[in-house]
Design a protein around this ligand. Structure first.
Ligand code: GRF
Length: 215
């Protein structure tokens, strides 16, 4: 089996990165984590990836005069290493249309809400303010519009009385760690693919399986 060469882009602690790395240790997983790249040289996740023997790279956005030159450096580093697919995992830089379009159909992101609800930041706070009873996380293809793009997989969790931003974030993070490796598997194995701007699941795949049940 040929495994897709995947780069994970992070800016912080990298717990989703760790769950992807863990999944990719299985010999039958259809992706290998070939690179972990951060825009912050001090990102905690870099050390964790290094310890796991994965190549890491820091490209500090502050060392670049423009967003374009930062992204050129990012793009060259990815192409030089033969990266075929990108997973954004807590990568806190907004990407330009140029970068997004050069990786169209080959870049996914995990977002801590049930999209299209609560795009942007502070998703858990806003979910509590709105009084929703169900919240969750989404893996989606990246398109120029922020936190939009065809949905690959979602996991829902209940919002319970007494929940705080922290308790909700914690409950959802558990699901993120299960959902992201599953979504990458679906794509790299060809069981989920993009067709005319939507994700289509292969017939042998029960599409309901992309909705990860927490129970
Ligand atoms: C996660 O909540 C993810 O959904 C969001 O950023 C956070 C990253 O956390 N995009 P981690 O760095 O993976 O621990």
């Amino acid at each position: 089996m040929s495994r897709r060469r995947v780069a994970i882009l992070i800016s912080g602690r990298g717990s989703n990165m760790a769950s992807l790395m863990e999944a990719a240790r299985a010999p039958d997983y259809p992706a290998e984590i070939a690179l972990v790249l951060s825009n912050r040289p001090d990102a905690e996740g870099l050390e964790r990836a290094r310890a796991a023997g994965i190549e890491t790279l820091a490209i500090d956005h502050k060392a670049h005069a423009s967003r374009e030159s930062f992204e050129q450096a990012l793009d060259s580093a990815l192409r030089e290493r033969g990266i075929e697919f990108i997973c954004l995992a807590g990568f806190m830089r907004v990407l330009t249309d140029w970068f997004v379009e050069s990786w169209a159909g080959r870049m996914i992101n995990i977002h801590p809400s049930l999209l299209p609800l609560f795009r942007g930041i502070h998703t858990h706070r806003r979910a509590l303010e709105e009084g929703v009873l169900v919240h969750g996380c989404t893996v989606h293809f990246v398109v120029p519009e922020l936190d939009a793009g065809p949905i690959v997989a979602q996991a829902a969790v209940p919002v319970v009385p007494g929940d705080t931003e922290e308790s909700l974030a914690k409950r959802i993070l558990v699901q993120e760690h299960l959902l992201y490796p599953k979504a990458l598997d679906l794509i790299c194995s060809g069981r989920a693919r993009l067709e005319a701007g939507r994700v289509v699941f292969s017939e042998e795949w029960d599409a309901g399986g992309a909705l990860h049940s927490p129970h």
